[in-house]
Design a protein around this ligand. Structure first.
Ligand SMILES: NC(=O)c1ccc[n+]([C@@H]2O[C@H](COP(=O)([O-])OP(=O)(O)OC[C@H]3O[C@@H](n4cnc5c(N)ncnc54)[C@H](OP(=O)(O)O)[C@@H]3O)[C@@H](O)[C@H]2O)c1
Length: 348
């Protein structure tokens, strides 16, 4: 028997409403807007940033008509349907709430906020206002993630017992960079760790117990975190993140009949390898995502999903419900607390 993988279900970019997007920030937002404009009818129509000259250059590069001087002006723009928040994490909470207060749908870069409490406030405000709030956890909206969901739901790898996932790299220490600055939400967990934690959550649900070890700088920025997490269904995850270690950036799910691996770097469009059987009696099938030349082109997937949810008048993503977004932030809160407690000098 030949092992065949499920076909990913991909929403046609032309089948969803073309939203008018307002963009806050011009860092990763450049990749997002380029992907929108290259692969969908979605359009960025306004932008704002901290430095007006950066916003103006961004607008010229991407053919964006309006540059707003402030976030307040952008969220009040009546010609915008959705706001994309792509600023350092500590700004997400206030900027998302401002967009929601003006009745805008809002896509917020990962992590949605700095804590579960902030995430709860944002998602609650969105629900009350009747607008869509979505974390830009773009991995969820990749075709390979649809294959993973189907492989697990179809029982191809049996009952799932273990998830292993990691995201670590070596970032040159730079106190001015947002990765290293606590005021800008620095640390491995919030920037990279959110991906393996969210992946494990998508497979195993909400944690019941978390054990974390790692390393933290004196200013509180975590540089390494290793987590063993258990879940009510009996599953366990082993997760790692780092700013100073080269990790494989893979995600694996192991069950009673086989295992699957999301190829490196698993957070972006790569592929899925499924192996059924054990020892020398193993069948392997691989699916690769070869749709686009560049990794970030696949960011268009989350925007297409977002527009389809707006069309369906949803206030949350069915692939990433608010309760789960909050639970992932609660996991990060707990891991950060355990690392901070472990690094507190005795008697301090
Ligand atoms: N999905 C992904 O693959 C991905 C990849 C990278 C980052 N991210 C996430 O995206 C977010 C931004 O990261 P980044 O790498 O783009 O950071 P970045 O390169 O530092 O860019 C941040 C942007 O925010 C702007 N900004 C800062 N303060 C602002 C304020 N008060 N009002 C308006 N704009 C302000 C900055 O403006 P100026 O340029 O004008 O100074 C800059 O353009 C983070 O939450 C990160 O986790 C996601």
């Amino acid at each position: 028997m030949t092992l065949t993988l499920p076909t990913p279900r991909i929403t046609d970019a032309e089948s969803v409403p073309a939203l008018r997007w307002g963009v806050i920030g011009v860092g990763i937002a450049g990749s997002f807007v380029a992907a929108l404009h290259a692969h969908t009818p979605q359009r960025a129509v306004a932008v704002t940033s901290l430095r007006p000259e950066r916003a103006a250059a961004f607008a010229a590069k991407h053919g964006i008509a309006t540059v707003h001087p402030t976030v307040d002006a952008l969220v009040a723009d009546p010609d915008i349907d959705a706001v994309y928040v792509a600023t350092p994490h500590p700004l997400h909470h206030a900027q998302a709430l401002a967009a929601i207060a003006h009745g805008k749908h809002v896509l917020i870069e990962k992590p949605i906020a700095m804590s579960a409490a902030e995430a709860r406030e944002i998602t609650g405000a969105g629900r009350r206002a009747g607008v869509l709030v979505m974390e830009a956890m773009w991995t969820r909206y990749l075709p390979q993630s649809d294959i993973v969901r189907q492989v697990i739901a179809d029982g191809l790898i049996g009952d799932v017992h273990l998830v292993q996932a990691d995201f670590g790299f070596v970032a040159p220490p730079d106190p001015a960079h947002r990765l290293w600055d606590p005021k800008l939400g620095g640390g491995a967990l919030l920037d990279a760790g959110v991906y393996p934690i969210s992946f494990a959550s998508s497979v195993l649900g909400a944690p019941i117990a978390i054990h974390a070890i790692g390393a933290t700088l004196p200013n509180g920025v975590d540089t390494r975190a290793h987590m063993a997490i258990s879940y009510s269904g009996g599953g366990v995850s082993l997760l790692s993140t780092s700013l100073e270690t080269i990790l494989p950036i893979e995600a694996q799910v192991m069950g009673t009949k086989g295992r699957l691996k999301v190829l490196s770097p698993f957070f972006g469009p790569t592929g899925v390898e499924v192996a059924v059987g054990q020892f020398t009696d193993v069948e392997v099938a691989t699916w690769r995502d070869e749709r686009y030349p560049g990794m970030y082109d696949a960011m268009c997937g989350e925007a297409i999903a977002f527009a389809s949810y707006v069309q369906d008048k949803r206030t949350e993503s069915p692939l990433h419900p608010h309760a789960e977004v909050v639970a992932v932030m609660a996991t990060i809160d707990e891991v950060r607390a355990q690392l901070a407690a472990a690094s507190t000098p005795r008697g301090a």
